[in-house]
Every structure is written in C-alpha cells, then in structure tokens.
Design a protein around this ligand. Structure first.
Ligand code: GDP
Length: 131
C-alpha cells in the first residue's frame, strides 16, 4: 500500500516509479480508501499495541493505493526498497527515507512474508482483479 500520507503529499507517481524501476511487476492495483473496520482487520496483529487507535485513524483518513507486486524474492526485496519502519533509521535512497514523515506516517506498507502477502492480496483484490 501507498499510505494516506504519501498520497496526500503527492508521491504516488514517484513511489510507483521506484517500484517498477526496481523490477517489480504490478499484477493488481487500485485507488481506494479503507473503512475503520477494514483497517482494524488489516492491522489486527497490532490490536494490543498502544498505537493501534492512531494507526487505524491514520490509515483511514484518506485514500491509499493498494497493489500486488510480483518478483523473485519479492517480500525481502520490497522491504529493502522501502527501508526501516522508522524513516529516521531508513537507508539513504529508500522510499521511507525519501517520502515518509515519521514512524507512524511512513508512506508505504509491505508484506512481511509470502503467507501474509497472499492474505493481504486477497484482502484488497478479487481473483478477477489480479493479472
Ligand atoms: P512495518 O512492517 O515496517 O510496516 O512495521 P510494523 O509492522 O512494526 O508496524 C506497522 C505499522 O504501524 C507501521 O508501518 C506504522 O505505520 C505503524 N507504527 C509502527 N510503530 C508505531 C508507533 O510507535 N506509533 C504509531 N503511531 N504507529 C506506529
């Protein structure tokens, strides 16, 4: 996902350019907005964390871009491309270093495993929306 902060700040095009330049193929994509229920479900793993309410508020405050990306070693390579969760700790040239504001509003989401990528892809897209 390209998160609401990056959409608000006009970074959709630049982020998609970095993603495709890094060799990812976009197999599904949509511009959409998460409901509170959607965000609570998507981030259910974090529901006991102190920042859960803030996270849901942030992720629902405006539109996002959801995409499914394909590449060999996609999960690891995408996390390398986006950088550390906290942009202050992200490597130079990474998406979060370039476009994120802080640890909460950090521009992009990437799945953390192949299994979660399957679950998260199915959360956003019907089978017929995946090419
Ligand atoms: P990720 O896999 O790099 O996205 O990081 P995590 O799974 O640890 O956290 C999920 C998301 O929760 C992050 O991308 C942030 O948007 C948000 N988040 C993480 N830590 C904090 C925090 O300390 N405060 C707030 N408000 N949000 C946080």
């Amino acid at each position: 996902m390209i998160k609401p902060d990056a959409v608000e700040n006009g970074h959709i095009g630049a982020i998609l350019e970095k993603i495709t330049a890094a060799g990812f193929k976009i197999v599904a994509m949509k511009y959409t907005q998460l409901s509170v229920r959607d965000a609570q479900e998507f981030y259910a793993i974090h529901k006991e964390r102190p920042f859960f309410g803030e996270l849901v508020e942030f992720m629902t405050r405006g539109p996002i871009v959801a995409a499914i990306l394909e590449k060999d070693n996609a999960v690891e390579d995408f996390r390398a491309l986006i950088g550390a969760t906290n942009p202050a700790e992200a490597a130079e040239g990474t998406v979060r270093k370039l476009y994120a504001s802080n640890i909460a509003e950090n521009a992009v989401h990437g799945s953390d495993s192949d299994a979660n990528a399957q679950i998260e892809g199915a959360f956003h897209f019907a089978g017929r929306e995946v090419y």
